[in-house]
Ligand binder design. Structure first.
Ligand code: ATP
Ligand code: MG
Length: 328
């Protein structure tokens, strides 16, 4: 069983990424052949600073290693180091429907919030993402709920490729966590917590100091009423219930039972304390790992070598099936 997922090196990663994606990555190392990638080529589809991008790759790499990715038990690399991703992206564009791309929610949301250029790359993002996964013939893609639509698209692309050119690619399954698949912004609980478009006070970063985390939870949106329950008119409290359940690895109903009749103040404090305890060891390990940039480069380079060996073989098969290049 092969697992593949990618994460953007845009700014600082947050609690939503941690719960929705990173914990699944760590667990994946015990479940199959796990391949994880820092997707620098996706990060350039919105406005960015070249010098910051390289720094952000190190930040993200150190965060993932601090969370428990073990380069001896998974393949961990930087997308831009393996050119097969971009070549496969172009080849897959021939079996990707324009109309499908036009329906992608992420494009609609992100294109609306761009101040200057809406790049063609932002529109094409899901095709590159399909190439990321299909290059490794992965069976499973662990992601948060917001990426479900993109995995559906890559399933269609793989299926269409196989129907048109013969059985070559694996149609992957999405894997979304039961609890915490869509962590919401603490200030705007109708929006997902996000690296690039969230509110500063509503986004809990993995590397936030305990005092900052406590403050963000204390000032999180307070719904009407006093009951700690998940109901549609309490999006803020529902989100905190989900967060605490994920951090404690239990069910939301369990949290509701425990905090029955306790009021919002004590509940918010309990969530803050649990999240601080959850993230503190990661922040501490991060500091050590981040200090050694050469070590991070070596780790990523070693991962890229292993990744390329797999992706290059897929490209031989894809080119042959499509009639591209000489007979091999
Ligand atoms: P952006 O909002 O700029 O796209 P992001 O916060 O979504 O950034 P990504 O690197 O695009 O960060 O996502 C990495 C992984 O984290 C993906 O699998 C995504 O589904 C997951 N994820 C992102 N936000 C959340 C969230 N709020 N709750 C749960 N999972 C999330
Ligand atoms: Mg995203």
């Amino acid at each position: 069983m092969r697992i593949f997922s990618g994460i953007q090196p845009t700014g600082r990663k947050h609690l939503g990424n941690y719960i929705g994606a990173i914990t699944q990555y760590v667990a994946g190392q015990d479940r199959g052949e796990a391949i994880y990638c820092i997707v620098d080529l996706h990060a350039i589809t919105v406005s960015y600073e070249p010098a910051t991008l390289r720094e952000s790759v190190y930040d993200t790499a150190a965060t993932l290693l601090a969370a428990g990715l073990d380069p001896d038990r998974c393949i961990f690399f930087r997308q831009g180091d393996v050119v097969e991703h971009t070549e496969l992206c172009w080849l897959l564009s021939s079996v990707t429907a324009f109309g499908e791309l036009n329906r992608m929610t992420q494009f609609k949301e992100k294109s609306g919030s761009q101040r200057d250029l809406v790049s063609a790359g932002l529109f094409f993002y899901p095709v590159l993402q399909a190439a990321d996964v299909l290059a490794y013939r992965a069976h499973e893609v662990p992601v948060g709920e917001d990426q479900r639509q993109h995995v559906e698209l890559m399933r269609d692309v793989a299926g269409r490729f196989n129907a048109r050119f013969g059985d070559t690619l694996v149609v992957p399954e999405v894997r979304v966590p039961e609890v915490g698949a869509r962590i919401m912004d603490l200030q705007y609980p109708d929006r997902k917590m996000s690296t690039t478009s969230g509110s500063e006070q509503g986004t809990v970063y993995v590397l936030d100091e305990p005092a900052a985390i406590a403050k963000k939870f204390r000032s999180s949106v307070t719904d009407s009423g006093t009951e700690v329950v998940r109901t549609p008119d309490k999006p803020g409290i529902s989100n905190l219930i989900e967060i605490l359940a994920a951090v404690r690895d239990t069910r939301p109903a369990e949290i509701e039972r425990e905090f029955d009749g306790s009021g919002y103040g004590g509940f918010k404090q309990a969530v803050a304390e649990a999240v601080v305890a959850y993230l503190t060891p990661v922040r501490e390990r991060y500091r050590e790992l981040r200090a050694d940039e050469q070590g991070l480069e070596r780790t990523l380079a070693r991962g890229a070598g292993k990744a390329r060996a797999i992706a290059a073989q897929t490209m031989v098969d894809v080119r042959r099936a499509m009639g591209v290049g000489p007979v091999r």
